[in-house]
Design a binder for this molecule. Sequence first.
Ligand code: 0GY
Length: 295
Amino acid sequence: MDWYADPSQPAFRLPPGAVDTHCHVFGPQAKFPFAPERKYTPCDGSKTELFALRDHLGVSRNVIVQATCHGADNTAMVDAVRAADGRARGIATVRPDVSDTELRALDAAGVRGVRFNFLRRLVDSSPQEDLSAIAKKIAPLGWHIVLYFESADLPELEGFFGSLPTPLVVDHMGRPDVTRPVGGPEFSRFLRFVEENDVWAKVTCPERLSVTGPRALHGERHAYTDVVPFARRVVEEFPDRVLWGTDWPHPNLTDHMPDDGLLVDHIPHVAPTTEQQRKLLVHNPMSLYWPGEDV
Ligand code: 0GY
């Protein structure tokens, strides 16, 4: 599906300096072709449109995460990060044979981490020897590793994650099954994993995790209500290690495309206090991606 062309104006006002830590650029295909090994072909979602959304929502900075449709060719992502003039950082995908020169060039462009993707529908395989080799190469740069996995796979992967030498950031709260209890064994295991490994957790993608969907009650700007208890629990337990993001342009959604304005209005439901919001939106991402810089 194409992204939401005319997002609403959020009712919630983001604090100055808010960071969208999870978004992508797709192409444009004519300039930055998609990877032959990709599992989906999205619509174009270029840096121009991303920056327009940033300004519309009142976001200050972006972290642009390499999407699997571009494989390990980081050119579109790096082009966008450079064009943001210091207001974006990047997360790359690299292969184990990446050279130190290539890594240093990515670092100079604003890349601060790599992403390891374990979703079978997105990648053919993720051999742990390859990922360990990458981790060893990027650790000296002070980068971190972004992990994307399904909650059911955490027990199998947890030991490997614990062996990684860098800080870890988990996408979309480890993709919980939100039809299960928030206090049940699956989500408790995720919370324990975050606690024991000092993990950063993105409370992102309610639209991807929700079963109840964008339906708002009584016309209120409150959707994806079934995801709220999960995200809120993470924010309450780990206020200093949570991150927020839009996931624009929302790859692989088939039932509905979220209104990004409504995604911003989801924030006060998961982080009700001003202090939680300041940490989630500004302080935490700034300390991870722009350490030492003022908002
Ligand atoms: C996301 C989610 C997805 C896709 C990708 O890199 C990607 O292609 O991340 C997905 O399909 O769940 O975080 O954007």
